[in-house]
Structure formats: structure tokens, C-alpha cells
Design a protein around this ligand. Structure first.
Ligand code: ZN
Length: 320
């Protein structure tokens, strides 16, 4: 049950939508920042991104209902792609890139929280094909718990990787109180209909003093502001909540977490992908091969300036 929802609209360009107040402060006077279309799968309709006049939280409103949201996560969405399904010559490159991303996440967490010790209880919420927990198993010998709502992915992780995973949402998973030392939410919270409920449940199942690691797109970054509705990491309407370090700090605080550190970072390809969309190529599914090639070419001249262009944040918080 989503406590945020105020009103429902039926059949807006073919889907059920709902209207919400500000997810952070509850006010209803958001101003429109931009109206964006789904540039990845080119589904119909536009979505308004609002900024709360009181607290600056940015969120999509109105938005698809929970039931309507599933249609925005087809099988070829990024989080579900398997390296085995890519052309053979691409596979070593994809594996190396995925491993690099996981090692970076592990490194950022350990910088703040210290090394993951033997016997640590880990949870990755929205784990997808479980690359992070696989990497931590290899590097630290610790087998973490996965959680994802996509049944096909859960089956893959269970049968092929033989790692523990639950299917569903954090709220319904019913993990024991205070079970986990560390919870990961990598590129997850921006997808959530009710981030406060998720953080409250995370606080219930994490030990006091445990660490919560979050990775999120940063809409007030240079790229977010410059590219606006063509920003690659906008990804509306799969992304519904856009936090800044300050709005995230406030919500974490209200849910029993103390924000410890915010690390801005980027991947070199991101800026090129935004350029591709701004230049007019706007249907990722139709041009899946062209996007990364063009994106890499356009990104190349920006390589010396990557440190100026972070468009993601990696946040570590401690359970109070
Ligand atoms: Zn607000």
C-alpha cells in the first residue's frame, strides 16, 4: 500500500496514473522543471518533473501507478541484460566493465565503512543479475542476500549463480529485524514509488551502526541541468525520485540514518549518451548498437574533463 498517493487518473495515454504530494515534506506546490518523454523505449506520453517550492525535492507527478509501472520494465531493460546474450566479441568487454563498476562500489563503501569482514550480513535491494554480490563473494568471501522483483532474474540468480535471493519488494520480504550489517541500494531508490517506506524498512532490518550504501543519479549535476529532458540518466518514468545530497540527507535523517559521505562520480560514456539524445537519436531500443558507439565517440573529447562532470553520487549512511 502506497501511503503517498492522493488521487488516481485512469487511462492517460493508455495507462493508470496517480498524483502525489511532495514525497519529502508533503506539500503540494511543486513547480514544473521539465516535461520528458521516455527516450529509451519510446512509449507514448510525457511526464512532468516537479520541484517542491518548500524543500526542493524533485519528483515525477503525476506518474504511473505501481500496477502500470511494470510495463516500463521490459526484458531488455539494462538491469536485466546478461553478458551471455550479448555478441560474443562484446562479452569480455562487458564483463570487465561490470566488474569495474562493482569494485568501485565496494571501494567507495569500504573507504567510509571499513572492510567487509567474514560473516558480515549483506543485502542488495534491487540486485538485478547480482553482479555486485558476486564480486563481493569473489573478493571478500562473503555471500550476500539478493532481492529483486523480476521473477526471471531471481530464477537466474538462484539456479545459475546459486546465490540466495528473494523475489519481491523490501517491505514484503519480511527479513528479521536488525539482521543486516550493510544494505546496498545501487541505482535503486530513484525507481521507488515510496522511498520513505523503503528507507524505514531498511532501518528496521539493519543493525544499529550498520551501513546503508546508495548510488543515485544527481539531477543538479552539470549534465543533469545542461541536458535537461535529454539527460541520459533522467530515464523517466522508470526514475521517479530525484534526490540531491541535501534532500537525501533530510529523508535519511527522518528514517533513522545519518548521512556520512557523498562521493560524486561518473562513467565516461554517460555524457556521450546524453549528447546522442540531444542530437536527435531518441529511441534507444531501436538503435541499441548505434547508441554506445556514437556515445563513445562523442565522449572521447571530454575524457580529460571527466572529473568536472560527475552525474552520479555514491552515498554512505549509518543507522542511528
Ligand atoms: Zn517538499
Amino acid at each position: 500500500m502506497n501511503e503517498l498517493v492522493r488521487t488516481f487518473h485512469s487511462d492517460v495515454h493508455g495507462e493508470q496514473q496517480e498524483q502525489i504530494p511532495c514525497p519529502l515534506c508533503g506539500a503540494s506546490d511543486g513547480e514544473t522543471v521539465l516535461v520528458a518523454r521516455d527516450l529509451i523505449f519510446a512509449r507514448p506520453g510525457g511526464y512532468s518533473l516537479l520541484r517542491c517550492k518548500g524543500c526542493s525535492m524533485q519528483y515525477v507527478n503525476p506518474r504511473p501507478t505501481g500496477a502500470a509501472l511494470g510495463a516500463h520494465y521490459p526484458d531488455d531493460y539494462f538491469g536485466y541484460s546478461l553478458h551471455e546474450d550479448a555478441p560474443r566479441f562484446m562479452q569480455p568487454f562487458l564483463r570487465a566493465m561490470a566488474r569495474g563498476i562493482s569494485l568501485r562500489r565496494l571501494g567507495y563503501l569500504e573507504e567510509v565503512a571499513g572492510p567487509i569482514g567474514a560473516g558480515a550480513e549483506l543485502l542488495d535491494v534491487g540486485c538485478g543479475v547480482n553482479r555486485l554480490l558476486e564480486c563481493i563473494k569473489e573478493e571478500r568471501g562473503v555471500v550476500g542476500q539478493g532481492l529483486d522483483f523480476k521473477p526471471e532474474i531471481v530464477e537466474y540468480v538462484r539456479s545459475r549463480l546459486q546465490m540466495p535471493i528473494e523475489q519481491g519488494e523490501l517491505a514484503s520480504a519480511g527479513f528479521a529485524e536488525g539482521r543486516f550489517d550493510t544494505i546496498f541500494m545501487m541505482e535503486y531508490l530513484e525507481h521507488e514509488l515510496d522511498p520513505r517506506a523503503v528507507l524505514n524498512e531498511a532501518r528496521r532490518v539493519i543493525k544499529t551502526g550498520g551501513h546503508l550504501a546508495l548510488e543515485l543519479p544527481h539531477i543538479d549535476s552539470f549534465a543533469g541541468r545542461f541536458f535537461g529532458r535529454f539527460w541520459w540518466n533522467l530515464d523517466i518514468p522508470r526514475h521517479l525520485m530525484f534526490f540531491t545530497p541535501e534532500t537525501l540527507r533530510q529523508m535519511l535523517d527522518q528514517c533513522g540514518f545519518e548521512l556520512l559521505s557523498v562521493k560524486p562520480f561518473t562513467l565516461p560514456l554517460y555524457i556521450g549518451m546524453s549528447m546522442v539524445q540531444a542530437l536527435g537519436l531518441r529511441h534507444w531500443r531501436k538503435h541499441q548498437a548505434l547508441y554506445p558507439v556514437l556515445g563513445a565517440l562523442l565522449s572521447a573529447p571530454t575524457l580529460p574533463f571527466q572529473f568536472l562532470l560527475p552525474e552520479f553520487i555514491f552515498v554512505v549512511a549509518r543507522a542511528k
